[in-house]
Design a protein around this ligand. Structure first.
Ligand code: KG4
Ligand code: ZN
Length: 343
């Protein structure tokens, strides 16, 4: 195994992330820095991420974030052994900024470049907190994706088992939050207000749970419409909207389906470990229900702490460290940014 220091760059959406990870000869990884600069406040008034705004913010934040990460880690350019970068999927213009920066650093420092998949990096980040990852089933839920992946080995191919056929889970949280008058991004606000609500107050639909539905795909747009209709009906009747109850009932409908399908996929694919990742994995009810259902099914649940679940550079450095340790072939300097890169 090769040991060394890996600098990871993430710019697939609105977070400029730079992480530094050390990997030792025995494969142990240590997180040395995780600098994040977010343009989320610039997008808030639009109710969603504006690609051009995100790209410009990445350009401004990139070099300072790299400097801050190196200062935090107490290293200089000479100490870096490889540069890893999210090559996709994500917003094209946003990805381009990170990929161009990573190429420039790798060329200037004469070290290997590893272009990595954003989804695989979301899974790899778990190793920084919980150690080497055995073969696992991963549930990745964020503003851009909701996927079930079979991950026999982080350095090898990842098999997608299912994904959302419409809105991502985080997108549904953000849209429902907007309906309820909560700020963007709405997931953390729904999580907070739902604590005072009754999750069984409204029986919202569970998408794609019928016997003939794809077992591992998700659908959240019908749920979002059901919440909209419910809120509209209350408003028409002049009844105040019980925000906490509606938020709790919506949240329960999302996490019920996510956890049921994830546990079933793990069992059917012979995996003993379920790993959560993506911004929605910060959701407190998702974590609690996943824990209950994993305990009941005899599965081990691994969930990184919230700051590692949302987009960050540490996850990219973690996957890069894994590739460096395995002496994986580096990417060419012609590495393209691919907005629809498959896992
Ligand atoms: O992984 P991430 O930072 O960026 C994307 O790749 O999208 O995820 C952001 C998403 C947003 O939709 C946000 O509302 C959601 O994750 N989120 C949450 C929570 N924290 C963030 N959703 C539900 N509960 C939370 N506590
Ligand atoms: Zn993500």
């Amino acid at each position: 195994m090769t040991s060394g220091l890996v600098l990871g760059i993430e710019t697939s959406c609105d977070e400029t992330g730079v992480g530094i990870v050390r990997v030792d000869a025995d494969g142990t990884t240590t997180l040395l820095a995780n600098e994040i600069s977010s343009s989320v406040e610039e997008h808030a008034r639009f109710g969603g991420v504006v690609p051009e705004v995100a790209s410009r913010a990445h350009l401004q934040a990139m070099v300072p974030a790299v400097h801050r990460a190196m200062t935090t880690a107490g290293i200089t350019a000479r100490d870096v052994d490889a540069v890893a970068v999210t090559a996709g999927p994500g917003l094209s213009g946003a990805l381009l900024v990170g990929v161009a920066a990573a190429k420039a650093y790798a060329a200037a420092w004469d070290v290997p470049l590893y272009g990595v998949n954003h989804l695989a990096a979301h899974v790899a980040v778990d190793t920084l907190q919980n150690g080497p990852l055995p073969p696992a089933l991963a549930l990745l839920v964020s503003g851009g994706h909701s996927s079930l992946l079979s991950v026999p080995d982080l350095a090898g191919p990842v098999t997608p088992l299912g994904a959302t056929i419409d809105d991502a889970a985080g997108e549904a949280f953000d849209k429902v939050a907007r309906l309820l008058g909560l700020p963007f991004p709405g997931g953390p606000h729904i999580d907070r207000v739902a604590r005072d609500g009754d999750p069984s107050a409204v029986a919202f639909p569970r998408g794609l749970t019928g016997p003939r539905d794809a077992p591992f795909d998700f659908s959240f747009s019908g749920l979002k419409t059901a919440v909209a209709r419910h809120v509209e009906a209350l408003e028409r009747a002049g009844t105040p909207v019980p925000v906490a109850d509606v938020a709790a009932s919506f949240q329960e409908a999302v996490v019920d389906v996510l956890t049921a399908k994830a546990v079933r996929a793990a069992r059917e694919h012979g995996m003993d470990v379920l790993c959560l990742g993506g911004g929605v994995a910060a959701n407190s009810r998702l974590r609690a229900l996943a824990q209950d259902r994993c305990d009941a099914a005899g599965l081990v649940l691994r969930v990184p702490r919230p700051v590692l679940c949302t987009d960050n550079g540490a996850m990219v450095a973690a996957l890069g460290a894994h590739l460096l340790a395995r002496d994986a072939a580096p990417s060419p300097l012609a590495l393209p940014a691919d907005s629809s890169l498959p896992v």
